[in-house]
Design a protein around this ligand. Structure first.
Ligand code: ADP
Length: 388
């Protein structure tokens, strides 16, 4: 077995499962999952593609298939391959069966997501080649935000330029926001049409959304996944004038600015660490830069929560999800501190560590339910791929 691959197999029956593929620029995450039960047969990741003995995504997927064979997993009876595709632009809003025309359009959308869509395209090409005859479905990260109200989706720039180049706010992490917002309604035992909620997806990437009656009415990411909250390595919101200044006055080229804002900013830019656990550890050790990084992170988060409370008018639930949101009790307490007058209370007794099932962390009689709901993008993709 190559040391590029890390996998975990829990059973061997692939019949009735969906293979979910998430192709990044240098990694391939995969999961073989039963869409109905959520049972995972095998999951794993191939990393450092292009850097080592795994030259490309084709080799990576072959490695995965070798791994399946070694574990005695037979892909006969596979229902579909579900591909996570980052940018669906204005072309795609729902899970779509991939044919040549769809693939060409996803490739064309690479100009909007140069870091993501090309890898997604490669993953699709290889999977079609290696699994001919199996339904291939694209599930778009932007899909849930496709019909954001115009006021939330529109940048206040020259309308003709925006129209010509499809410049608008698209939003990302849509699969997670949709999955979690549905889970919230289920957990509360209310029809989703009756629930007004804020979802905070806090992982390496981070985004917030406002969801009214199951429909997204605002989200923090925009044309690209750079806008919005402070993230592990991304700045989130900045004055766009800063970009001009970096270029004109400081002489940085566009690639250097891209690298600065996407990979050397956020928590990492402020304190040298992007992993939230490491930042926590530094804060506990009295590190001032880590404390400031955390304070900026919390400040931005609270600003979005406040904005979405106002946009929604009536608020029923606020939910934390993804790596940081599911695990870090401190961020949940700090993000919502001092909001009692709005019916938002976090009970320290309920707000304990990691949540592995949907959990309420607000007192039962609080007006707003504060929840922790583990996200499961792979299962959501598998279900969408099986259903389409
Ligand atoms: P991705 O965006 O890559 O899917 P995840 O949702 O897995 O990311 O979130 C990764 C983040 O979650 C990292 O910053 C990591 O430090 C953080 N995280 C994971 N476990 C914990 C924990 N126990 N406490 C605090 N943060 C955690």
């Amino acid at each position: 077995m190559s040391d590029n691959i890390a996998s975990r197999a829990d059973g061997a029956a692939a019949s009735g499962t969906v293979l979910v593929l998430n192709s990044g620029s240098s990694s391939l995450k995969y999961q073989l999952v039963h869409p109905d039960t959520g049972n995972v047969v095998v999951s794993g990741i191939v990393e450092r593609i292009g850097e080592t003995d795994v030259p490309d995504h084709r080799a990576a997927l072959r490695l995965v298939f070798d791994e399946f064979a070694a574990a005695g997993i037979d892909l006969t009876g596979l229902v579909a391959v579900g591909h996570r595709v980052v940018h669906g632009g204005r072309s795609f809003h729902s899970p779509t069966v991939i044919d040549d025309a769809v693939l060409a359009e996803i490739r064309r959308l690479s100009s909007l997501a140069p870091l993501h869509n090309p890898a997604n395209v490669e993953g699709i090409e290889v999977a079609r080649e290696l699994l001919p005859g199996v339904k291939q479905v694209a599930v778009f990260d932007t899909g849930f935000f496709y019909d954001l109200p115009a006021a939330a989706a529109t940048y206040a720039i020259d309308a003709e330029v925006a129209e010509k180049y499809a410049l608008r706010r698209y939003g990302f992490h849509g699969t997670s926001h949709q999955y979690v917002s549905r889970k919230v309604a289920e957990f509360l035992g209310r029809p989703i049409a009756d629930v007004n909620q804020i979802v905070l997806h806090l992982g390496n990437g981070a985004s917030a959304s406002a969801v009214r009656g199951g429909r997204a009415v605002d989200t923090s990411m925009g044309l690209t996944p750079l806008e919005g909250l402070v993230m592990g390595t991304r700045s989130g919101d900045i004055d766009p004038g800063l970009v001009l200044h970096l270029n004109r006055a400081i002489g940085l080229g566009v690639d250097e600015i891209d690298d600065l804002l996407n990979r050397r900013s956020g928590l990492k830019g402020l304190c040298g660490e992007n992993d939230f656990r490491a930042v926590r550890g530094m804060i506990e050790a009295g590190d001032e830069a880590a404390q400031l990084a955390y304070d900026v992170y919390v400040h931005r988060l609270r600003r979005y929560i406040g904005a979405y409370m106002v946009e929604l008018g009536r608020l029923d639930a606020i939910t934390f999800t993804a790596g940081v949101g599911e695990n870090d009790r401190g961020i949940r307490a700090d993000a919502l501190a001092g909001m009692e007058r709005y019916g938002i209370v976090v009970d320290p007794e309920l707000n304990t560590g990691r949540a592995v099932v949907p959990t309420r962390i607000s007192p039962a009689d609080a007006e707003v339910a504060v929840l922790v709901v583990p996200t499961n993008e792979e299962l959501a993709i598998a279900r969408a791929a099986a259903a389409v």
